[in-house]
Design a binder for this molecule. Structure first.
Ligand code: UDX
Ligand code: ADP
Length: 464
């Protein structure tokens, strides 16, 4: 089974889509089929117009154009693709549970379990099943238990192959990863399965960057990597509040500590708070696992990263209210950016959602401009929080396709995402069209404060 000719990936989202597109582009002899239950999503992946792909990622359109129809296919025929494939990647979403035991902390594995059951019922030949989604440690065991009890004699090997790509740079991360991690069983059949996956990545990744471990180490490494990264953001954000009180500048502090090679300069940008589908979810998973083993100190240690992040979002919103003379009721506040970071249309756990929610509680009128996020998504994000009725969310939040329209007559601008284009705006024109005094709250340390102050803005930036 070491030469794979046919791959199926279940889940055509932010992970499955770009990852499989790159595998297909780099391995033209392998047929890669990505399936999803969501027919609209599959139709968008198949859209002639590459601007309509459901995931926005720089460079993704070119990769899809290269492989789609040749050896890359998007389909809703889940069972057919499972049946044909020798290797199946599970890349479905694993949101935090919103009900029952572990609510708000543990990952909801119902989509994963459904996939495992589907594979079990369809498979007629031996398969390698690869966990791609971020999963709590020991999920492979659950998948194995479902697959091994099919009673039809089919043999399954289960590998963990966590994804380390960051959205916005996914294609580059997939083409030139720092490392690829593959966890599998140490017996002969496990090793064969590991080799089969190593051979795929070896088509474009130097073998010294492909690490193999046991399944549990691989699963835990993914959670640990994300916990460490998120911890860096919370650490710098904790210092940002201290900087604001004491007159230090967080950028200067970050630069000074980042030049210490033991600390390193990356991931030290203070912000309104981290978002994205992974950091919070993975830390909550870690906290849940630690608690379930009675490791309360370990759980509390990591939980603090989330507590700090929530505080950072809340204090950003509270500062806007305080600075606007303790009331934003009826005032127009314009958000530049809604995505959780630049160069993506993904909004999951974006700080913007929580800042908007707090300001809506204060009866502000929120205007939003984001270069890539659709209006329906913005409304869906707020509705999902369930703080108020949908009608009120629609009334309180208006979206714009033109940034200059969005800022017209606004009392304040809040920068929530670090999109490059915001820096190049005609800020004099923006100033002229706003209510005075005109406030800018830069949650990303993005804009040139000196220039804006010279124009006349009252300018505040995180950590300064
Ligand atoms: C993360 C991990 O980086 C990636 O390896 C994993 O596979 C998935 O989770 P992602 O969430 O896509 O990737 O983006 P990332 O670049 O890590 O940013 C996460 C959040 O942290 C964003 O909201 C970002 O704006 C914020 N951030 C990041 C900061 O506020 N400051 C920083 O210095 C870095
Ligand atoms: P991620 O960021 O992990 O890629 P997404 O939510 O972007 O998460 O994508 C996950 C995709 O998996 C969704 O498009 C969803 O419709 C799909 N999905 C979930 N469960 C199944 C399933 N049992 N079969 C096929 N697709 C599924």
């Amino acid at each position: 089974m070491s030469k794979i000719k046919n791959i199926c990936c279940i889940g055509a989202g932010y992970v499955g889509g770009p990852t499989m597109a790159v595998i297909a582009a780099k391995c033209p002899e392998i047929k890669v089929t990505i399936v999803d239950l969501n027919a609209a999503r599959i139709a968008a992946w198949n859209d002639e117009n590459l601007d309509n792909l459901p995931v926005y990622e720089p460079g993704l359109d070119a990769i899809v154009a290269q492989a789609r129809g040749r050896n890359l296919f998007f389909s809703t025929e889940v069972e057919k693709a499972i049946d044909e494939a020798e290797m199946i990647f599970i890349s479905v979403n694993t949101p935090t549970k919103t009900y029952g035991l572990g609510k708000g902390k543990a990952a909801d594995l119902k989509f994963i379990e459904l996939c495992a059951r589907q594979i079990a019922s369809v498979a007629k030949s031996d398969k390698i099943v690869v966990e791609k989604s971020t999963l709590p440690v020991r999920t492979a065991e659950a998948i194995r238990s479902i697959l091994d009890n099919t009673g039809n004699g089919v043999k399954f090997q289960i590998l963990s192959n966590p994804e380390f790509l960051a959205e916005g740079t996914a294609i580059d991360d997939l083409l030139h990863p720092d490392r690829v991690l593959i966890g599998g069983d140490s017996d002969e059949e496990g090793q064969e399965a590991i080799d089969a996956l190593v051979n795929i990545y070896a088509n474009w990744i130097p073998t010294e960057r492909i690490l193999t471990t046991n399944v549990w180490s691989s699963e835990l490494s993914k959670l640990t990597a994300n916990a460490f990264l998120a911890q860096r953001v919370s650490s710098i954000n904790a210092m940002s509040e201290l900087c604001e009180k004491t007159g230090a500048d967080i950028n200067e502090v970050a630069r000074a500590i980042g030049m210490d090679s033991r600390i390193g300069s990356k991931f030290l940008k203070s912000s309104v708070g981290f978002g994205g589908s992974c950091f919070q979810k993975d830390i909550l998973n870690l906290v849940y696992i630690a608690k379930s083993y009675g490791l309360d100190e370990v759980a509390d240690y990591w939980e603090q990263v989330i507590i700090m992040n929530d505080h950072q979002k809340r204090r950003f919103a509270a500062n806007i209210v305080k600075t606007l003379y303790n009331t934003v009721s009826g005032k127009k506040i314009t958000f530049l950016g809604w995505a959780f970071k630049k160069d993506t249309n993904d909004t999951r756990e974006s700080a913007a959602i929580y800042v908007a929610d707090d300001l809506l509680l204060e009866q502000a009128n929120i205007a939003v401009y984001d270069p890539k996020v659709e209006e329906t998504q913005i409304h869906a994000d707020l509705d999902y929080l369930d703080t108020r009725r949908k009608k009120e969310n629609r009334k309180g939040v208006t979206t714009f396709n033109d940034p200059y329209e969005a800022v017209k007559d606004a009392h304040a601008i809040a920068v929530l995402t670090e999109w490059d284009e915001f820096k190049g705006y005609d800020w004099q024109r923006i100033y002229d069209n706003m209510k005075k005094p005109a406030f800018v709250f830069d949650g990303r340390n993005l804009l040139d404060g000196q220039k804006l102050r010279e124009i006349g803005f009252v300018f505040q930036s995180i950590g300064k």
